[in-house]
Design a protein around this ligand. Structure first.
Ligand code: FES
Length: 149
């Protein structure tokens, strides 16, 4: 039995320790905002926070998160920071197909928590682990810039 905190609630699972955290979040806990893109740590669609650090959940075995605090996009949605990002992404047209957006928003939140006034280059670096297939990067960068204001 592995116990951890998920979006502020203590939870436990009987899933095997080698199972992927991404699958556990989506299938056992029904938090489908976390997406699977590449499944190999390259696209950032599965981004979550583990103890406040941005991580790719497709690369994390459940055995590694015993006692950890996990936050998904659903948990972030309860925060003031999310509301600001939600508005700025809408205003700047940052969402196209939307598949990368939960991961992009997690990366944006991580960046702004560490660096509340990032430069254009720092924003591009901050979201560099997240791929957007619609190539909407400029609007996403604008959205993060607006959220920082
Ligand atoms: Fe995890 Fe692409 S699905 S990084």
């Amino acid at each position: 039995m592995i116990k951890f905190t998920l979006n502020g609630k203590t939870v436990e699972t009987d899933a095997p320790p080698t199972a992927r955290l991404l699958d556990l979040i989506r299938e056992e806990f029904g938090l489908i905002g976390t997406k699977e893109g590449c499944g190999e740590g390259e696209c950032g669609a599965c981004s979550i926070f583990v103890n406040n650090s941005l991580q790719n959940s497709c690369l994390i075995p459940i055995g590694a998160i015993a006692g950890a605090e996990i936050q998904t996009i659903e948990g972030l949605m309860e925060t003031e920071q999310f509301k600001i990002l939600d508005e700025s992404y809408s205003e700047c047209g940052g969402v196209q197909c939307g598949y990368c957006i939960p991961g992009m928003v997690m990366a944006s939140a991580a960046l702004l928590s560490e660096n509340p006034n990032p430069t254009d280059a720092e924003i591009r670096e901050g979201i560099s682990g997240n791929l957007c297939r619609c190539t909407g990067y400029n609007m996403i960068v604008d959205a993060v810039e607006l959220a920082a204001k």
